[in-house]
Design a protein. Structure first.
Length: 310
């Protein structure tokens, strides 16, 4: 009799373990359908944050190399140039040094609301080389740049309803210089820009959380964010908007330049991590599964907002 009970207990335990295992399975990223090539997504981060790009500091050969890399991908993905050869050049001074910067601007025409624009942005510059150490900036912000290329890949087959400007900004690290120049010299009328979606540091977080700043006063955006699928592997959190006691990120990256002009923005970024602005912000330290889910979730959110008339 005793053995019989033991057998039942063992059987019950086994079935509950296998059940837990199945539940875990359901939460892994393999159940997500990615709408872009995830190998390419990771590959671009790896290339752009390799030592060959010398930390992509504005005005250096490393930054020019990054610019050429991005332009060649945009051509492959059939993204139209918004300006000649995609390049918007500008100059500025910072700490008594003169710089030449280049924003890279691509255009995807909308199918329904052609004269209304979303600017999707990320910065391709980083900190360069200091004291002989290369600051590769894998998360900051090769991750955002590669995410934009994934968007371009998606738009090639699935054009958006609103027109989209893909803005790869330069000189963010020198005080949001590229985006500031862009909003002053915007190519399309400023009032036709309905939203800036800015991605800066979207590839790693120990809690699988990605913050969205900018939705605090917009109920439609808040609803769209809440509609996105959350799991143990990925979730959006709204905040860092000056209302929740956390550091206010309203001007922490290029979206700040749009906000100054009164343009709504959504900023996507993770909490600072131990490799933030250090030479160890390398490809090996990003979290590939989190990153893929982050980019897919931002794309899903984009599609939901694109379906509204802004
Ligand atoms: Zn950054």
């Amino acid at each position: 009799m005793k053995n019989y009970f033991e057998l039942i207990i063992v059987l019950l335990l086994c079935s509950s373990i296998s059940c837990t295992a199945q539940k875990k399975e359901a939460h892994t990223s393999t159940s997500v359908t990615f709408q872009f090539n995830t190998d390419s997504l990771l590959h671009h981060v790896k290339i752009l944050s390799s030592d060959a790009f010398e930390g992509r500091r504005t005005g250096t050969t490393g930054a020019l190399k990054a610019k050429d890399y991005i332009v060649s991908k945009l051509k492959n993905l059939e993204v139209k140039p918004l300006v000649d050869n995609y390049e918007q050049k500008f100059s500025f001074s910072s700490r008594k040094q003169d710089y030449q910067g280049i924003n890279i601007l691509g255009l995807i025409e909308g199918t329904d609301f052609k004269d209304s624009y979303f600017v999707i942005s990320a910065h391709y510059d980083h900190e360069g080389i200091r004291n002989g150490q290369i600051f590769n900036g894998a998360d900051d912000d090769a991750s955002g740049v590669s995410a934009m290329l994934a968007f371009a890949e998606y738009f090639k087959k699935n054009p958006p309803k609103h027109s989209v400007i893909l803005a790869f900004f330069d000189a963010e690290e020198l005080g949001l210089q590229g985006s500031r120049y862009y909003v002053e010299n915007t190519i399309v009328p400023l009032e036709s820009i309905k939203l800036n979606m800015n991605m800066d540091m979207v590839s790693r977080n120990d809690q699988n959380e990605l913050y969205i700043t900018g939705a605090r006063d917009n109920e439609a955006f808040q609803n769209a964010i809440q509609n996105q699928k959350a799991s143990d592997d990925f979730k959006f959190i709204m905040g860092h908007d000056g209302k929740d006691g956390k550091q206010n990120w309203t001007f922490s990256s290029d979206h700040g330049s749009f906000f100054r002009k009164g343009i709504p923005f959504l900023y996507f970024g993770v909490e600072d991590h131990k490799d933030y602005h250090r030479p160890t912000d390398d490809y090996e330290n990003i979290h590939p599964e989190f990153y893929k889910l982050a980019v897919q979730s931002i794309l899903s959110l984009f599609l939901e907002i694109d379906a509204m008339k802004l």
